[in-house]
Design a protein around this ligand. Structure first.
Ligand code: AN7
Length: 358
């Protein structure tokens, strides 16, 4: 299980953690080598807080988001149980991940997405991996209803995080954090949308605490966009809206599980403006060299806004999950960036030096 050894080659989350996962015995792992993602120390945020702040960089997964952890589990079990096709609703990343794992497994992937509301790169991933992509006039929540309906009536496996096997795979991120730090952190911050990921982390932290691998469990704090903040408001939002399209969700499926995680950990939910989320995305890229997609910056934006409000993380160990890669949505990043400098020179060293300000 150790990933410390110089000769150890990471085998994907099922083979690394199989005895700790509640999946059927003998399930063959369909893996693209997901998990084992870097936990990178943030000098910037550690300096700001006077704590030790670590970034769990989930954009390093094979399809560029944390979804691959749950998808290896869901697709492996679906194949083991004889499925020939799989379906999901998605704001983009789940569909990209499902399409890749379905391709590897030889399943037919069927994807339901809100029309015009997913980042083009994610649509490209689903299409290129061979998914049947169906755009729905409606939002993610409508897509999830359809996807549940299809799975109830037709022979397709539902692989949204309402499938508990997804959480089994995703909880491995909490295992990795503890394996790397030697114990659980004091706080864990992350974005939240459909609420599967926070619920999965909490499962993982609880399991490690129960087995004695961790001496404590973190306080869980999860962040939504103001225009799509049902968990903060305490009621569903009919027309969720945010530039962070990955978390444009009005009625999270794992609502109750996430509330339990919040309450049992002494945590909370909070909401942030798109402006704050995009500013955090840009600052994280410039200061820490970590480019994440807009939704993925919500945990960092949350920490910055809490610090402004007088919250202290001094002396604490904090992990912030950044959930997906910046290359997933360069359009939104560049729109926020503003005017793109257009510096063109003749091919001469002096001109290059002058343009570079040397
Ligand atoms: C980058 O792909 O719901 O709270 O359909 O893509 O576990 O839903 C994506 C969610 C955070 C929120 N960050 O996680 C989907 C989808 C990114 C995401 C979330 C998502 P959950």
């Amino acid at each position: 299980m150790s990933n410390q050894s110089a000769v150890h080659q990471w085998r994907g989350v099922i083979e690394e953690y199989r005895p700790l996962l509640d999946i059927p015995d003998g399930t063959p792992a369909i893996s693209l080598g997901e998990g084992g993602t870097p936990l990178v120390h943030s000098e910037w945020l550690s300096g700001l807080t006077g704590g030790e702040v670590w970034l769990k960089i989930e954009g390093n997964n094979p399809t560029g988001s944390f979804k691959d952890r749950g998808m290896t589990a869901a697709i492996s079990v679906a194949v083991f149980e004889g499925a020939k096709a799989c379906v999901c609703a998605s704001t983009g990343n789940t569909s990209a991940s499902m399409a890749a794992y379905a391709a590897k497994a030889g399943l037919t992937p069927i994807v339901l997405v809100p029309e015009g509301k997913i980042a083009p790169s994610k649509l490209a991933q689903a299409l290129v991996h061979g998914a049947k992509v169906i755009q729905v006039r409606g939002n993610f929540d409508d897509c999830l209803k359809l996807s549940r309906g299809l799975a109830d009536t037709y022979p397709v496996a539902l692989v949204n995080s309402v499938n508990p096997v997804r959480l089994e795979g995703q909880k491995t991120a909490a295992f990795e954090v503890v394996d790397r730090l030697g114990d659980a952190p004091d706080y864990h911050l992350m974005p939240i949308g459909n609420a599967g990921n926070m619920s999965a982390y909490w499962l993982g932290y609880q399991q490690y605490a129960a087995s004695g691998r961790a001496t404590k469990k973190p306080v869980m704090r999860a962040f939504q966009a103001e225009g799509a903040a049902p968990l903060v408001l305490g009621h569903p939002v009919d027309y969720p809206e945010t530039k962070a399209t990955a978390i444009r969700i009005g009625n999270p499926a794992s609502w109750k599980l996430a509330e339990t995680a919040r309450d049992e950990s002494g945590g909370r939910f909070a909401a942030l403006s798109d402006q704050r989320i995009l500013a955090a995305q840009a600052e994280l890229a410039r200061r820490d060299g970590v480019f994440v997609e807009p939704a993925s910056a919500a945990g960092v934006a949350g920490m910055l806004s809490e610090l402004e409000a007088g919250e202290s993380y001094a002396g604490a160990t904090v992990v912030i999950t950044v959930t997906g890669h910046g290359l997933k949505d360069t359009g939104t990043a560049l729109e926020f960036f503003g005017d793109i400098p257009h510096v063109v020179i003749d091919s001469e060293i002096e001109s290059a030096a002058a343009a570079a300000g040397l």
